[in-house]
Design a protein around this ligand. Structure first.
Ligand SMILES: O=C(O)[C@@H](O)[C@H](O)[C@H](O)C(=O)CO
Length: 480
C-alpha cells in the first residue's frame, strides 16, 4: 500500500514515475488564467497567517466548509471570530474532504511551501498553525516570492477593460522579478446588456477610453482602444464568461439598434441579446486575431444560485454550479462567423459541463488550420472539473478526438498564491495517463517522444501558443 502523498503520488507505473521525475516535474509554469490580484503581486503582499492565505478568498474551501456544516461566520468571517477560529473550522473539515482534490491540494501546499508533512485535522491544527505562520512571517513568503518559488514565468490575471492596469505597469518596473504579469481582457460587462451594471459600465468605458459613447460604433471604437491599451501593456489573452452560448445572425445595424435600446435603459429580448452578443463577439474576435491574441470562452457556468447569499456575499463566493444549456450549434455559429472572414483567432473553449467535452473536442477539430499547431484548444478541466476525474475525462476526450500532444495544459484559475501545486497534481495525472498507455502497449516506450509530449503539455506548448513577450524567464536547455 502506498503511503499518503508520497513522492510517487498519482504515479502508478514505472514509466509514469520516469516521465514525471525526468521530464515534467521541473518545468516552469505559465498560468494563463487566474484571479490573482496584480496589486497584491506588486506590493508583494505578505500573509499574517494561514487563514489569510487560505481562507480569505478561496470559495472552493468555503463551499466544502458549508457542506460540512460549519457556520458561515467561521467560513467567511464574522463578529468576534478570529483567524485561528476559521483555521480550526477548516482543519475540522479537511478530514471530511477525502476524495476531493482540495484534500490533496491542501496537503501538497503544506508540504511544498511549508515543509509540513503531517495530515491536517483538529488535533494537528495547533502545531501546523504555529509552524506555517512562522514561515509566512519570515523572509520570502510574499506574493511575488511564492510566484518565483513556484517557477512561474507568466501569470495572466483577469481584468476589466476599464481597468487602468496601474499595477501591471508598476510590476514591469520591479528589478529582479522575472515573472511576466499580464492582463487578460475580460469585457463581460459590455456584453451583458440586460444586467443592471451595463449602463454604468458603458460610462466607465467612455471615461477609460476617452471616447464619447453615443452609439454602437463609438462603443466599439472605445472597446478597440482598450484592446490596444491592453496590448501595449503586454496583454495577449481575452476571456469571456458565456454562461450560455449566444448566437443570432444579425447586421451591425441591428446590433446598433439593440445597443441603443439597452443604453436607453430598456430590457432586450433573448433574441436581441443573442444578436447583439454575436455581432459584438465577432467584432472583438477580429480585433484579437489582428493582434495574434488568444480568445477564451468559459461556458456553461450557473453563477450565484443562492440569491440570499449573493445579496450577502456577492459573486465568486461558492454558490455557483454547472449549467446544462446546449452549446454546439451556437458555438459553431460564432466560430464560423469569424472563420468565414478568416478572422478566427487562436481560441480556447472551456465548458463547465463535462458532458460537453466530446462536443467541444469535435468542434475544435472543425476549425483547426492556418498552419498553427493546436490553434483551437479544448480548454483544461475547469472549476468543478479541476479534479482527477475531470482532468482525465478532458484529456481522454481530447486524445480520442484530437491531439493531446498539442494541449496547452493547466491553469490555476485561483485567487490564492499557494495554488501552483495544482500544476503538479495535473502533471502527475498526465504522466500516469501516458505511462498507462505505454505499460498497456498502446504507446511505444520511446522516452524521448513521450518526454517531449509531457514537456509540451506541461509548458512548451503554452510557451509556443501564447504570444507573450520575450520577457519570459529563459527555460534552461535541459528543459526546452
Ligand atoms: O473565470 C471564471 O469565470 C471562473 O473561474 C470564476 O471566476 C470562478 O470564481 C473561479 O475562479 C473558479 O475557479
Amino acid at each position: 500500500m502506498k503511503s499518503f502523498l508520497d513522492e510517487q503520488f498519482l504515479l502508478h507505473n514505472e514509466t509514469a514515475v520516469k516521465l514525471y521525475e525526468d521530464y515534467a516535474k521541473d518545468m516552469p509554469i505559465i498560468d494563463y488564467h487566474c484571479h490573482l490580484s496584480p496589486q497584491e503581486i506588486y506590493e508583494n503582499k505578505t500573509f499574517g497567517n494561514i487563514t489569510e492565505a487560505w481562507l480569505y478568498g478561496d470559495h472552493y474551501k468555503w463551499r466544502l466548509m458549508r457542506a460540512n456544516g460549519i457556520e458561515e461566520q467561521y467560513i467567511t468571517g464574522g463578529e468576534g471570530v478570529t483567524d485561528y477560529d476559521r483555521f480550526l473550522a477548516y482543519a475540522k473539515t479537511v478530514p471530511m474532504m477525502i476524495g476531493n482534490p482540495l484534500y490533496a491540494w491542501s496537503h501538497l501546499e503544506l508540504q511544498r511551501y511549508f515543509g509540513v508533512y503531517e495530515v491536517l485535522n483538529e488535533s494537528s491544527a495547533p502545531g501546523i498553525w504555529e509552524k506555517v505562520n512562522a514561515k509566512l512571517n519570515s523572509e520570502g513568503f510574499g506574493a511575488r516570492d511564492l510566484i518565483t518559488k513556484s517557477n512561474v514565468t507568466v501569470v495572466c490575471t483577469t481584468d476589466d477593460p476599464c481597468d487602468s492596469l496601474e499595477y501591471h505597469l508598476k510590476i514591469q518596473e520591479i528589478e529582479g522579478f522575472d515573472t511576466a504579469v499580464l492582463p487578460s481582457f475580460r469585457p463581460d460587462k459590455g456584453l451583458e446588456l440586460n444586467r443592471d451594471t451595463f449602463i454604468e459600465w458603458v460610462g466607465k468605458l467612455s471615461q477609460a477610453s476617452g471616447t464619447a459613447i453615443s452609439d454602437y460604433d463609438s462603443f466599439l471604437s472605445a472597446l478597440e482602444s482598450r484592446v490596444e491599451f491592453f496590448h501595449s501593456v503586454g496583454g495577449r489573452v481575452s476571456d469571456h464568461a458565456l454562461d450560455y452560448v449566444p448566437y443570432g445572425k444579425a447586421t451591425r445595424e441591428e446590433a446598433a439598434a439593440i445597443f441603443a435600446k439597452a443604453l436607453a435603459g430598456h430590457q432586450v429580448s433573448r433574441e436581441e441579446e443573442d444578436k447583439y452578443k454575436t455581432v459584438t463577439l465577432t467584432f472583438l474576435g477580429k480585433l484579437y486575431a489582428e493582434r495574434g491574441w488568444v480568445m477564451q470562452f468559459h461556458m456553461n457556468a450557473a453563477r450565484n444560485n443562492n440569491s440570499r447569499m449573493f445579496a450577502q456575499l456577492g459573486p465568486d463566493t461558492g454558490y455557483d454550479a454547472v449549467n446544462d444549456t446546449p452549446l454546439s450549434s451556437a458555438m459553431i455559429g460564432l466560430l464560423d462567423a469569424l472563420e468565414q472572414e478568416k478572422a478566427l483567432p487562436k481560441t480556447i473553449l472551456y465548458s463547465l459541463n463535462p458532458r460537453d467535452n466530446e462536443v467541444l473536442a469535435a468542434i475544435v477539430g472543425s476549425f483547426q488550420g492556418g498552419g498553427i499547431p493546436g490553434k483551437i484548444q479544448l480548454g483544461a478541466a475547469w472549476w468543478f472539473n479541476d479534479t482527477k476525474d475531470g482532468m482525465l475525462a478532458q484529456m481522454r476526450a481530447l486524445a480520442n478526438v484530437g491531439l493531446l500532444s498539442r494541449f496547452v495544459g493547466m491553469l490555476t484559475d485561483s485567487r490564492s498564491f499557494l495554488s501552483y501545486t495544482r500544476h503538479e497534481y495535473f502533471r502527475r495525472l498526465v504522466c500516469n495517463l501516458i505511462g498507462e498507455w505505454v505499460e498497456q502497449g498502446e504507446a511505444p516506450h520511446d522516452m524521448e517522444l513521450l518526454g517531449q509530449m509531457v514537456q509540451g503539455i506541461a509548458y512548451n506548448n503554452a510557451k509556443e501558443y501564447f504570444p507573450f513577450s520575450a520577457s519570459l524567464k529563459k527555460v534552461s536547455a535541459s528543459q526546452s
